[in-house]
Design a protein around this ligand. Sequence first.
Ligand code: EPU
Length: 432
Amino acid sequence: MRFIIHGGKKLEGEITLSGAKNAATKMLVATLLTSEPCTLTNVPLIGDLAITVELCRLLGSVVTENVNGKVEIQTPEIKNTHVTSLSRKNRIPILALGPLLARMGEAEIPFLGGDKIGARPVNLHLGALVAMGAEIDVLNDRYVARAPHGLRGANIVLQFPSVGATENSILAAVLARGRTVIRNAAKEPEIIALIKMLQNMGAIVELGANRTIYIDGVKSLHGVTHVVLPDRNEAASFACLAVATGGNVFVSGAIQEHLITFLNALRRIGGGYEVAPDGIRFFATGPLRAAEIETDTHPGFMTDWQQPFAVLLTQAEGASLIHETIYEDRFGYTEDLRAMGADIKVFTKCLGELPCRFAEKGFNHSAVINGPHALHGKELYVRDLRSGIAHVIAALIANGESVIHGIEEIDRGYENIEERLQSLGADIVRRA
Ligand code: EPU
C-alpha cells in the first residue's frame, strides 16, 4: 500500500485524537489478569491493536470486535500459554508473561518485533521477572518462563526507566505474593493510566517519590470498564503538521499536562498554540527559529516526537540540534529528508548535555539541521511508524508529488490517517 501526496496546502480545521496506542495495547494485556469481563472504550482502530487482540484470542480471550472504539474482552480461562506463532509482529507479547505466570505458572512467548530503531533488548523485563521468582530460558526464537509456585514480591531496581520493563513489572506484581518495590521506574502518562485501570480492578499500586512504585500483591482482580487516554504522539504529529504547513488545526482531546515539554519546544521555535478545555489549537505565527532538542524519558521531550519535530526544524531559520538519548538508531529517516532537500547531518557524538548511554559507542544519535530549506516531493519507503508520519508531514509541505510506500507501518499506530488528514484539506490518497 502507498500514499500519494501532493504537498503545499495549509492544513486547517479540527481533528480528534484517537486513544493512545501505547496504552490501549497494554490495557488489553492487563485484562488477562482477571477472568471477569472488561470493557475498554476509546480504543484506536490500528494495526497494533489487531495484533494484540490476536494475542489475547490465542491465549483464550473472548473479544468482541473494536466497533466505535469499544472492545469487550473476557478471559474466563487461559487456554494456551504458548504464543510463539505471533513471532516478531510487535513488542506486546512480552508483557503477557506476568499475567500468564500469575494465572498458569508458565508461559512461552516469541522474540519481539516492532520498529527497527535500535537493538531493543529485554534484559530489564527478564531481570524483573527473575527477581520475582520466575525461571526464564532464552531459546533460539522464544522465551520460556516458569513460576510453578507463582510470583513473589521483589525489590526491582531498573538500570534505566524503561517503559516496557516498568509495565511488565507492574503487571507481574499486582498478583504476586507480597510487596514489590520498583525503583527508577518510568512514569509516562500511559503508565499512570495503566495503573489507574489496575487500581479500578482491585490492585494496590502506590506512586512514591523519585520514580519509585510500590505494589502490594492481591489474590485476584475483577473486571473493569476503562476509557483509553488520548494519544499524545498523535497530538504532537498533528501539531507539527499544522505549524509546518503554515496552517491552523484544533486537536480535539489533546491534554496539556501530557504535552508540556512539547509545547515549550514549539513555543521556542515560534509555533503557536492555545489551550482550550477540550483540546489544543496549533497554528503558525510566522518564520520558525532553530532549537536544541534532547529526547528523554517523561517528563522530557519524547523520542516519538523527535521525527515530526525534525521535519518542522527543516523549515526553521538557523542550525538546530537533536540529541536522541532513548534509542541508538532513530535517525535513519533523515536520509529521506535529505533526499527531499533538507540539510541534515548525523553524528555519533552527543550533541547535548543529558547523560547518554550511547556516548562514544559509534551510534548516529545526534543530528544537526540547517534551515530553512524547501522540500520537494519524492518516492519514499517507510522505515518505521514515527518516521513514516515524518514522511507524511514532509510530503505535505513539499512541492510536488510524493509517493510513500509501505504505509502498513503507519497504520500500526495512526487510525484512518488519510481520511482524517483529508478533512483538514490535505491532498493524500491511499493506493493498493
Ligand atoms: N531497554 C533496555 N533493556 C530493556 C528494555 C529497554 O536496554 O529490557 C532500552 C531500549 O533498548 C531503549 C530504551 O531502553 O533504548 C527505552 O526503551 P523502553 O523500554 O522505554 O521502550 P519500549 O517500552 O520498548 C515504548 C513505546 C515506544 C516509545 C518508548 C519510549 C510501546 C509499545 N512502545 O517502547 O513507542 O518510543 O516506549 O517512550 O509502548 C512508537 O510508538 O513508535 C514507539 C516506538
